[in-house]
Design a binder for this molecule. Structure first.
Ligand SMILES: [Zn+2]
Length: 156
C-alpha cells in the first residue's frame, strides 16, 4: 500500500468519523489490515470497540437520576377542615300576588288581579287583557311589581 498524503488524509477523516477498519478499507479499496497497520503507525487514537460504543450510547441515553433537592419541603399536615356552617337559607317573604292564583281564571290572557274580598259575591278578577306576558293588565302589573319591589327593598 502506497500511502499518499491524500490517502492518509482520507484514512484520518474516515477514522475520525468512526467507521470500522473494515469499512474504511472497503471505501479506500485496501485491506482492513492495511488500515489497522497504518492507523497504528499514524498513532491514531484507539477507538472503543463496537460493544463499548453501544454501552456508552446506552449510558448516554439512560435517564440520569435526578438529584433530590437537599431541602425537600417537609410534607405539611393537612389543615384541619373546619366544618362548614350550612349556608343560611334565604327566608322567603310573603308571596307576591303574582304567584297567588288560587282561583280559576276566565282566560289565560286576562288579568287575574283579585278585586274585592275573596269568598264574597263581589269578589272577582280584573279580566282586563294581560300585557307583556304578565298575569295582570298594565295597571295591575304596575301595582303588583311595585309592591314586590318595595318588599324586597324593605327586606334589604
Ligand atoms: Zn287588571
Amino acid at each position: 500500500m502506497d500511502w499518499s498524503a491524500e490517502a492518509i488524509e482520507q484514512l484520518r477523516a474516515l477514522w475520525a468519523e468512526g467507521h470500522s477498519t473494515a469499512e474504511i478499507g472497503r471505501r479506500m479499496g485496501i485491506s482492513k489490515n492495511a488500515v489497522v497497520g497504518k492507523a497504528h503507525r499514524l498513532h491514531l487514537p484507539a477507538r472503543p470497540s463496537p460493544i463499548q460504543r453501544e454501552q456508552a450510547a446506552a449510558a448516554a441515553q439512560a435517564p440520569r437520576p435526578v438529584a433530590a433537592p437537599v431541602s425537600a419541603p417537609a410534607p405539611r399536615p393537612a389543615a384541619p377542615v373546619a366544618p362548614r356552617a350550612p349556608a343560611p337559607v334565604p327566608v322567603m317573604r310573603a308571596v307576591p300576588p303574582a304567584v297567588v292564583r288560587p282561583f280559576p281564571r276566565s282566560s289565560a290572557r286576562s288579568c287575574c288581579w283579585p278585586i274585592g274580598e275573596p269568598g264574597t259575591p263581589e269578589f272577582r278578577f280584573c279580566t282586563e287583557e294581560a300585557a307583556g306576558g304578565k298575569p295582570y293588565c298594565l295597571e295591575h302589573a304596575s301595582i303588583a311589581y311595585v309592591k314586590a319591589r318595595d318588599r324586597r327593598e324593605d327586606a334589604a
